[in-house]
Design a protein. Structure first.
Length: 250
């Protein structure tokens, strides 16, 4: 590669400079030159035929070749738009450049075979990266669609459950009212217990129940389940405004 550069790209008369943001090659435009980047950085883009949108394809910096496809395919048509990202200096050869020592090194195409192989390899790597990126994007899209479907299913289930719970809650409230009315009519002396159970039954501290149950087990030699049931009842009926039991001292 160093020999190629020295033989073909060291001639000052075949060097050209471009300012930053200047177009070096235009896609589909005529190009019969092979450029070698001496200084600076360039970017290659694919230009859409429909809307002219530019899609970035590659970066090229010192030591890179530009225009490989159009030059060696013989079409003399640039396959991408190349723009100088910074101020750049390029050396070039064109289709009229005579090969150096063809008897020893062969024709120009043979001498530049490593350049063509490197360009092919670079394009294959780029195609592989694009394929992998596309596959990942499709996987993310598939996952998003699954999550959307799952969310819709969960929302439907929640709606149905809410409807069922609403019905149960309505019937339960009605049953509670009927039971309170029945107790007040038949057994007014125990209706207070029912009220306390409704108001405080769900607010019983589990840690307090366990503490008192252990006390009952130890002091009265009760089995665990019985002691726990008595402890829960004791905590519920400890309501001060009813005064059913005196609080148990620790």
């Amino acid at each position: 590669m160093d020999l190629l550069v020295r033989h073909y790209f060291s001639e000052p008369s075949r060097q050209v400079s471009f300012d930053a943001e200047q177009v070096v090659l235009r896609q589909e435009a005529h190009n019969d030159r092979l450029y070698y980047v001496l200084e600076g950085e360039l970017e290659g883009y694919f230009e859409s035929d429909q809307d002219g949108k530019l899609t970035k394809l590659f970066n090229a910096s010192q030591g890179a070749f530009i225009g490989v496809h159009s030059f060696f395919s013989g079409t003399w048509v640039a396959s991408s738009t190349v723009i100088a990202k910074t101020d750049v200096t390029l050396a070039w050869i064109d289709k009229h450049t005579e090969p150096v020592e063809p008897e020893q090194y062969g024709p120009l195409s043979a001498q530049f075979m490593p350049v063509m192989v490197n360009e092919l390899s670079r394009r294959q790597r780029r195609a592989k990266q694009e394929a992998l990126a596309k596959e990942k994007a499709l996987q993310r899209l598939h996952t998003a669609e699954q999550m959307t479907t799952l969310g819709q299913l969960a929302a439907g289930i929640a709606h149905e459950l809410n409807n069922a719970i609403g019905v149960v809650n309505s019937k339960t409230e009605r049953m509670q009212q009927d039971l309170l009315q029945l107790l007040e009519e038949l057994h007014p002396e125990v209706s207070g217990y029912f009220d306390v159970g409704l108001m405080q039954g769900q607010a019983v501290s589990s840690s307090e129940v366990r503490r008192i149950a252990k006390r009952f087990q130890r002091d009265y030699r009760l089995d665990r389940d019985t002691a726990k049931q008595l402890a829960r009842l004791w905590v519920i009926t400890r309501c001060q405004n009813l005064g059913f039991l005196t609080p148990l001292k620790p």
